[in-house]
Ligand binder design. Structure first.
Ligand code: BF8
Length: 621
């Protein structure tokens, strides 16, 4: 494929050309080397879960219809998919646990530099889960809330505590499908157990447990992660920020925060803003220290601190190719191992920070809650030192940044609407806004960069459908100009009127990928306000360019919550007609929603729009 076919953006294209000139391989080059992929793996028909194998199952072939243990294609696909979802749910939830440990440490006074930044939200959360706060100061409330949520990770509850945010009818559906999540860790571990050889041999049963595991992520690990991040770092408020590689500054020490957890990136930001550090940067000839974000940790600090966003998943390697980056500080998830090698082609330092995410060849500065403030200063000093080694002749910052609006936490949305969801519901009822769609998730080099994301969003807003966005989809929408009120020029008349009345852009940024839990909570709120189930709402979800296990977990918890979910490409399940049929049709009977797979954004928008129309008619709208 030509560079023009890989990405529509000027910053990406210039850096792809520079990478080629400089002999640097990127994710697209490696994809080309790996293509064509193994068809057995592609269809989910390989099994390497024991050493009687590995097996390649060929359901329709003359031989090898069963693995050595006797597993057929359906079981093999279901086992693989179950583990795939569990890995995604585990990743979000282990991230959520880190916030929980941070909250506990703040309560104990053992996390210098961290604090409760939204005390009201802490009190609200305590009240929601039944903790009496009268007579407790903020640290004691923090400890009590942490104690409460630790139990949600374990095995002692019949149901997770925040499931109370789902409508009653939805909870009954989960109970009937035996999909009510009990403990966050429990469901992940049980999935590993069920998919061990000789345990659960019913593909449908495994898929239903996959739904339970995903629900434990959405209404558990992710939701706890979101709420506690707000308590510890502040609940996002609307603000205007900048995005694309143009946010890098030729005259400054550039530090990119990458990964997912705000626990590290917030501390790096605080150190970079420390006047003592700024003075040190100036002493080596820099104008200052510029922190910018990548991927979901970028979304976290964008939402709360107005830190500019340098790029999404497919831009992470290209950001280093600018030659202007002194340091990448990574926590975990979606950090391509190739970054270490690309960093070594420049003066760029790659710093890993988490005990559970090490990158050989990089610099490992292990952050703990006790030492994070010191380690962040150490990292910033290393970045300043790297600035002195920058080769100005290799620097190319390829674009002028675009502006986008951010900060639409549920609290901020309700505030923007005047204190309640009533104006949005009224607009939905009269058809000014026909529905709401969450466009979420990643980039995938198999698909044109950001192409389906932006194509779909444009079609939906044109049809008066409000879009909420999270994760790597955010940068795409921002670059396409859909996240400012100027973007209303591309919206339908009704949506434009509604958004103008409340000074909202047509695409609202609601956060990182764990913050998809905000969308679940909002759906619960809207459904309760109308006295219906989530599946009755004129809403849908889409992860058009998804790639990761986490995105599969998100898609499945959306479907299991009653939200039809569009994917731009399927997971590796096509080797089983049974599992594929369940995903595309069967789940409608169980959860009232299914997946839709469609790579064409216009056709995807049609499918979503049809769904929204059907839901509106059923509600009598
Ligand atoms: O959780 S999974 S590519 S969308 S950064 Fe980006 Fe990665 Fe996708 Fe966010 Ni996260």
């Amino acid at each position: 494929r030509t560079i023009e076919e890989l990405s529509p953006w000027e910053d990406a294209r210039r850096m792809l050309a520079k990478a080629k000139d400089e002999g640097i391989a990127t994710v697209w080059d490696r994809l080309a080397e790996q293509t064509p992929h193994c068809t057995f793996c592609d269809q989910g028909l390989t099994c390497n879960k024991c050493v009687m194998g590995p097996c390649r199952v060929n359901p329709k072939g003359p031989k090898r219809q069963l693995g050595v243990c006797g597993a057929d294609g359906d079981l093999t696909v279901a086992r693989n998919f179950g583990r795939f979802v569990a890995a995604g749910a585990a990743s979000h939830s282990d991230h959520g646990r880190d916030l929980l440990e941070a909250l506990e440490s703040v309560g104990q006074g053992t996390a210098p530099g961290y604090a409760v930044r939204d005390a009201d939200k802490l009190v609200r959360l305590c009240a929601e889960v039944g903790i009496e706060t009268k007579g407790l100061d903020a640290p004691d409330q923090a400890k009590a809330l942490a104690e409460h949520f630790f139990e949600d990770f374990g095995t002692r509850r019949p149901a997770l505590s925040l499931l109370s945010r789902a409508p009653k009818k939805r909870r009954e559906i989960w109970d009937a499908a035996r999909s009510t999540p009990r403990g966050i860790d429990r469901e992940c571990v049980e999935m590993l157990h069920r998919t061990h050889m000789g345990v659960d041999c019913d593909p449908v049963s495994i898929c239903l447990h996959a739904a339970r595991t995903a629900l434990a992520d959405g209404w558990g690990g992710s939701m706890i992660g979101t709420e506690l991040s707000d308590i510890l770092f502040g609940t996002p408020r609307p603000a205007t920020v900048e995005a694309n590689l143009g946010v890098l500054r030729a005259d400054s020490v550039n530090i990119l925060v990458h990964g997912h957890s705000p626990v590290v990136s917030e501390m790096i930001l605080a150190a970079a803003r420390d006047p003592e550090m700024v003075a040190k940067a100036k002493a080596v000839g820099a104008a200052g220290i510029n922190v910018a974000g990548l991927c979901c940790t970028g979304n976290e600090v964008l939402m709360r601190q107005g830190v500019p966003l340098a790029g999404n998943h497919l831009m992470t390697e290209l950001a280093l190719v600018t030659g202007a980056v002194e340091m990448v500080v990574a926590d975990y998830q979606c950090v391509m191992p190739s970054l270490v090698q690309i960093a070594s082609c420049y003066h760029t330092r790659f710093v890993s920070t988490s005990e559970k995410a090490r990158f050989p060849g990089g610099t490992h500065l292990e952050f703990t809650l006790e030492n994070a403030r010191d380690k962040a200063h150490e990292a910033v000093e290393l970045a300043i030192e790297a600035f002195t080694r920058r080769d100005a002749g290799r620097v190319d910052i390829p674009s002028v940044p675009v502006s986008l609006r951010t900060g639409y936490s549920n609290e901020a949305v309700l505030e923007a609407l005047g204190g309640s969801a009533e104006p949005l519901l009224a607009a939905i009822k009269i058809g000014l806004v026909r529905g709401v769609v969450g466009i979420v998730g990643c980039n995938n080099p198999k698909l044109p960069h950001d192409g389906i994301l932006t194509g779909l969003a444009k079609e939906l807003i044109r049809q008066d459908i409000l879009v909420v966005v999270t994760g790597c989809a955010t940068v795409a929408m921002g670059k396409a100009g859909l996240m400012t009120t100027e973007g209303l020029e591309q919206a339908g008349v009704g949506l434009a009127e509604f958004c103008s009345r409340f000074d909202l852009p047509p695409v609202l940024h609601v956060g990182s990928c764990v913050d998809n839990s905000r969308i679940l909570a909002l759906c619960g709120l809207l459904a309760d306000a109308l006295g219906v189930d989530i599946a009755d709402l004129p809403v849908a979800a889409s992860a058009p360019e998804w790639y990761s296990e986490k995105a599969a977990a998100i898609g499945l918890y959306a479907v299991a919550s009653g939200i039809m979910t569009h994917l731009g490409l399927p997971p590796n399940i096509l080797g089983s007609e049974l599992v594929t049929g369940l995903a595309l049709e069967g789940l409608e009977d169980v959860f009232g929603a299914t997946f839709v797979v469609e790579p064409d954004p216009v056709k995807a928008a049609e499918a979503i729009s049809r769904r929204i129309t059907a839901k509106r008619l059923a509600l009598g709208l």
